[in-house]
Design a binder for this molecule. Structure first.
Ligand code: BG6
Length: 519
């Protein structure tokens, strides 16, 4: 039984989770397999992939038998690779690290030097995989994980195909591809075609780590496992929707990638559009990867194309200046290491999006995301319409705010509903109160652990299909191209680090008589 405060009304706890832990919620240990990581000396392998696999072992969810091959350009011995991964796990999971679990895990780690472009390398890799499959008796199930810079995705995929490594011979061969999936519609199509030449769509796992966040998955449960909300989830009752993903971090050490990407490629094409699709989609017939992904793509297809001649009325971008975040002084984007002093790369964007279908006609979706903002926060706020008729006196009616439902993705994961209630006492006056459900950090798995398990279990629900990626690019590529053509170095930076973004973003909503929720 999960115990804990369920609802609290301005601070008073008065509810609890009322049903016990469901036996169907237990997680199955996947069948034996191996994971072959390309880009094994990189940051992603160190920070996310290896620590997640280690933690799966520590909590008893790693398949048994199992092994990992790290593949990278620089020759390294198995012993050195193990030592370097040990350090990585100790850094990433200081509380979860134990020498005995590490001992077991490290015996499953191997290294293979590879020339990503050279087909002979893959013959060597194939022999090594087959030897280890015989040694560990994993039965041939494999996951190829692309953790390299995107520039080498295509040679790796092609060479896997040429070496026969993508063929499923009585065992699965899955491939995980990290974002970015292309940098515009054309490059995304090209990458998808390269993938399709060697792998079936059923074998391809395009990763969007936002989809693995517990609260993002919960959007579907919340909408479709309750009868209360879906009847009002439409233009009749909803005034507008706000989707926010704000960060306090700056570009950190990623200028090489970010200078080319900017916030629209980095956050909107994937994470924000996925949140939008989950919020706006129709109920799928079945809770199944294909049906859910069909409905998400339909939302992306229904997004009204942006008016490129009047982009300013729908899209505002910005770049951070120096400022102060959480009490510390931080530099301007242009002063970050690796950033060009005249860079026009946007680190912030706000957009007004229309979805042209029966459910959402006339309901604007306001989206915003940026770096170096006042708070780290990802949420979806559903703003309901005001009541149709106010029976209260003007004095009271002035304070009546419409209902807002907030799906909090992070931090403080949970759901809040703002509604009106009478103030206790003899005077009749109203107050906005909060009904709050909080997950209270009760997560067992983090995003990478979740998606690795799903990939081992052949569940594609949390991964993006080719048509979904391409449709998001189809909407945003013309916008990015137009913004790039219009960008003038003198207009930037236009918001101080630690603020809530550029003033233009506030104007975007003010023009519609609305305002953003505070960060
Ligand atoms: C990544 C972006 O996909 O998501 C980063 O490339 C961003 O720029 C990150 O910081 C945000 O993810 P999270 O899980 O920290 O909110």
């Amino acid at each position: 039984m999960v115990e804990g405060p369920f609802f609290d009304l301005t601070g008073n706890v008065f509810g609890r989770v009322i049903s016990g832990a469901d036996p169907h919620c237990s997680i199955d240990i996947p069948s034996p397999c191996s994971v072959i990581i390309f880009g094994a000396s990189g940051d992603l392998t160190r920070r996310k992939i290896i620590p997640s696999l280690y933690r799966l072992l520590a909590i008893g969810l790693l398949p048994d038998p199992f092994f990992v091959i790290g593949a990278a350009r620089t020759p390294t011995s198995d012993a050195d690779f193990r030592a370097s991964m040990k350090k990585a796990v100790q850094e990433a999971l200081p509380k979860d690290f134990s020498e005995s679990s590490w001992e077991t895990f490290s015996e499953m780690l191997y290294f293979v030097q590879i020339d990503y472009d050279g087909s002979e390398s893959y013959v060597g890799l194939r022999d090594k995989i087959q030897d280890l499959e015989a040694k560990h008796a994993t039965g041939g199930n494999r996951i190829y994980y692309l953790a390299t810079p995107p520039a080498v995705y295509e040679p790796v995929i092609e060479n896997l195909g040429l070496a026969g490594l993508s063929q499923e011979e009585g065992a699965y061969r899955h491939i995980v591809v990290e974002k970015p999936i292309g940098s515009d519609l054309e490059s995304a199509r090209h990458l998808n075609q390269t993938l399709a030449a060697s792998f079936g769509e059923r074998q391809i796992y395009r990763m969007d780590h936002y989809l693995a966040k517990e609260t993002v998955q919960n959007i579907l449960m919340f909408r479709f496992a309750n009868s209360l909300f879906e009847p009002v989830w439409n233009k009749m009752y909803i005034d507008h929707v706000e989707i926010t993903a704000s960060e306090t971090l700056g570009v950190e050490h990623r200028a090489g990638y970010y200078e080319q990407a900017g916030v629209i490629r980095d956050m909107f094409q994937n994470h924000i559009f996925q949140l939008l699709a989950l919020t706006a989609m129709e109920p799928p017939v079945l809770f199944d990867a294909e049906r859910v992904r069909d409905e998400k793509v339909k939302v992306l297809r229904a997004i009204r194309p942006f008016d490129l001649e009047d982009l300013g009325s729908q899209v505002v971008t910005g770049q951070y200046d120096s400022g102060s975040v959480s009490g510390s002084d931080v530099p301007a984007y242009r002063d970050e290491p690796g950033v060009s002093p005249g860079s026009t790369t946007p680190t912030y964007a706000a957009m007004k999006v229309h979805i042209d279908n029966w459910r959402w006609s006339g309901v604007p979706f306001y989206l915003r995301s940026g770096k170096r903002l006042a708070a780290r926060k990802a949420e979806i706020a559903i703003h309901f319409r005001p009541v149709p008729h106010l029976m209260f006196s003007q004095a009271m009616a002035d304070g009546i705010a419409p209902n807002v439902l907030i799906l909090r993705v992070q931090p403080d994961e949970g759901i809040g509903l703002h509604f009106q209630a009478k103030n206790p006492g003899s005077r009749v006056c109203l107050n906005t109160v909060l009904m709050n459900f909080s997950y209270q950090n009760a997560f067992v798995l983090d995003g990478y652990e979740r998606v690795l398990l799903d990939c081992m279990q052949a569940d594609q629900m949390l991964f993006v299909r080719a048509d979904g990626v391409e449709q998001a690019w189809a909407v945003l590529t013309p916008v990015i191209e137009r913004l790039t053509a219009l960008a003038r170095p003198g207009d930037l930076p236009n918001y101080p680090a630690g603020s809530s973004g550029p003033a233009g973003a506030d104007d975007l909503l003010k023009r519609d008589g609305r305002q953003w929720r505070a960060l």
